[in-house]
Every structure is written in C-alpha cells, then in structure tokens.
Ligand binder design. Structure first.
Ligand SMILES: [Zn+2]
Length: 146
C-alpha cells in the first residue's frame, strides 16, 4: 500500500486539486479515503435496504476509481446490489472487487470451503468480502488462474 502517497495527499486536503497525487493509489487506500470522508455505509442507495447485519460497500459510479472525480462518484450499496452493479458497469472489473484478496487467501478459501467446515457466509465474514464473491472464487469464476 502506498502509504507515503496517501499521507502526502492527506496534507493537501482541501487545497488545489492539482496537488493531489492520489489517482494512482490502490483500491484499499481509495476506500479508506472515501470512508474517512463519507463514513461507513449503512443504507443501500439502490434497493434502500437498511439492516445492520448487512455489509454495505462503496461502489464507484464512473468505474474510473479516481479521487479527482470527487465524492459524488460514489454510492453506498448492499452486497447484492454491489455485485449486480459491478457486473453491469464493469464487466471486466473483477480485479476491483476481489482486490482485497491475495493468491494465498484464495487458496485458503477454496481449501476451507472444500472441507465443508465453512459456508460462504462464514468465509465472507472472515475474509471481509461478499458471500457471492466467495462462491465465485470457489466455482473458479474469479481467480481462475489459481
Ligand atoms: Zn441493495
């Protein structure tokens, strides 16, 4: 994670947008940035569901994942709507919503799942992703190359 870039950008908060070096930061840093400014999502903008047991996520509307597009380029979605949204808007964007995972984690997920000790919901909590992402990994629709 490019923490140096992130810190420098933080100092420039509110200043001239051209000072920002932040458009090439990783997915994680971008989500930290959005969370700091807009808080943790707790309602889905798409279906309106409000439930503290549901995980909400920030979805990028333009698909450009740029800080310079501003905060209006983001909306909160529940897991279900986020997956639908991503498939509709970024059909080739798998790397964005599996970016939290590494090769080792993918292997671990497949191993644990195949032993029937873990369901997709347990694994989703453990790895901080959507249950549908777990299923896509297990069925090799994501991370096919591993
Ligand atoms: Zn929703």
């Amino acid at each position: 994670m490019p923490t140096g870039i992130y810190q420098r950008t933080e100092k420039h908060r509110g200043e001239n947008i051209h000072n920002w070096k932040g458009d090439n930061v990783g997915y994680g840093a971008l989500h930290d940035w959005i969370r700091k400014r807009l808080g943790t999502p707790n309602i889905c903008y798409e279906c309106g569901v409000k439930d503290e047991n549901i995980k909400y996520q920030w979805a990028n509307i333009s698909g450009e994942y740029k800080r310079s597009n501003g905060l209006k380029d983001w909306k909160r979605l529940c897991c279900k709507c986020h997956v639908k949204f991503d498939i509709r808007n970024h059909p080739k964007g798998e790397k964005f919503w599996s970016a939290k995972l590494t090769k080792d984690k993918v292997i671990e997920i497949r191993k644990k799942y195949s032993f029937y000790k873990y369901g997709s919901h347990t694994l989703a909590k453990e790895f901080n992703v959507c249950p549908s992402t777990i299923l896509r990994i297990v069925k090799k629709k994501l991370w096919k190359h591993i």
